[in-house]
Design a protein around this ligand. Structure first.
Ligand code: KG4
Ligand code: ZN
Length: 365
């Protein structure tokens, strides 16, 4: 297999264990900088966490330990390669849950040590930010909206390793707001898809819910007040009929969409001001909430108004996966940005170390 590869192509194994998905993948990167996914295997832990209504860190770490070896073997087998064919191993080192990060990074280090491979300790956010390079060959600069269960940020991606954070959330992440809203309405997990399904049957105009941060000068996000407003309406109406639940879901989804579009519009202003005129061509979206149809439609309309092309990787590559970690590793390897075997896990690891915390920001910023 190794002999059949084009000259100058690298093969990187990627390992992801930062939250509740265990994932391994092999990605090829050609000398022209184009990527190809040879395998990409993701195992969700939802069944283990479901009885607890959220991710339990100890259960997550244990579940990663139990299946990671098997997933790595399966990723190599599907790619038709062995450890000896690899150019590097990349593992998520942060941000995320410390127990899971330790499992994945130690596995990566062990493989690197045993097979004499370079190690790349990957920032999970960087991996999300660079995925469009793998899927579309898109190169910086571009504006990135990352909306997942743990993160809500706008970032100007200026180059590999060069990120300027524009907006962040001052309280909940967007996916977290969907999940908490689902929980308080009794919809269970996964929260986002459930809220979206119920919203389709609801009347978004029935409740006058707040649009947090709308029109504010600073580009940050906030969702806690909206969630509280939904809770209050639900308490006033209890017991809730199916129509009440559907209308609350529709109202919530409309409110967050309006808020996100407004915040991203502000980020576009700031990104354009930072770059020379006309340099910003793309708006890129990643993270699990990118699956939301209403949000995507709103972002598509915004991109069109602002003369930008909207790029959304296929949803399986927007949510957590190993291919994005392998790709970030391959991109860093190409620049010789590799790490020592004593690289630490970094449960908190902002992409832009210079970004000022948003006022009132909690630990998730
Ligand atoms: O990126 P992701 O798979 O995992 C991380 O958080 O890293 O994102 C999961 C989040 C969850 O909060 C989930 O409720 C949300 O994405 N989500 C959605 C939808 N699908 C997933 N939120 C709104 N609408 C959806 N269709
Ligand atoms: Zn993620």
């Amino acid at each position: 297999m190794a002999q059949d590869r084009p000259a100058g192509e690298t093969l990187t194994l990627g390992i992801e264990t930062s939250c509740d998905e265990t994932a391994a993948a092999v990605v090829a990167r050609g000398p022209d900088g184009r990527g190809r996914i040879l395998s990409n295997i993701v195992r969700s832990q939802w069944e283990q966490h479901r009885p607890f209504g959220g991710v339990v860190p100890e259960i997550a770490a244990r579940a990663h330990v139990e299946c990671l070896d098997e997933l790595i073997a399966a990723a190599l087998a599907e790619a038709g390669v062995g450890f000896k064919d690899l150019s590097a191993v990349a593992a998520t080192a942060g941000p995320g849950l410390v127990g899971g990060l330790i499992v994945g990074l130690i596995a990566g280090k062990a493989i690197a040590l045993a097979h004499g491979l370079p190690l790349v300790a990957v920032n999970h956010l960087e991996a999300h930010a660079l995925t469009v390079g793998l899927t579309e060959g898109l190169r910086p600069p571009y504006l990135m909206l990352l909306v997942s269960g743990g993160h809500t940020q706008t970032l100007l991606v200026e180059g590999v390793g060069r990120y300027h954070r524009i907006g962040t959330t001052i309280d909940d992440a967007l996916g977290e707001a969907f999940d908490k809203t689902a929980k308080l309405l009794g919809l269970g997990l996964p929260g986002g898809p459930n809220v979206e399904q119920w919203a389709a049957k609801g009347d978004a105009s029935r409740f006058d819910l707040p649009r947090p941060m709308l029109g504010r000068e600073e580009p940050h996000f906030s969702f806690a007040g909206l969630k509280t407003a939904v809770r209050q309406r639900a308490l006033e109406l209890a017991p809730l009929s199916d129509q009440d639940v559907a209308d609350l879901c529709a109202g919530f989804q409309a409110a967050v969409t309006a808020a996100v579009i407004d915040r991203v519009g502000r980020a576009v202003d700031l990104a354009q001001a930072r770059l020379d005129d006309g340099k910003l061509g793309h708006l890129v979206v990643a993270g699990g909430v990118a699956a939301n149809t209403r949000l995507r439609a709103g972002l598509a309309a915004l991109a069109e108004r602002r003369g930008l092309i909207l790029s959304v990787p296929p949803i399986g590559l927007c949510t957590d996966n190993g291919a994005m970690i392998a790709w970030a590793g391959a991109e860093r390897l190409a620049l010789r940005l590799i790490d020592d075997l004593d690289a630490p896990v970094r449960p908190r690891w902002p992409l832009d170390a210079d970004a000022a915390p948003a006022i009132g920001a909690g630990v998730k910023a």
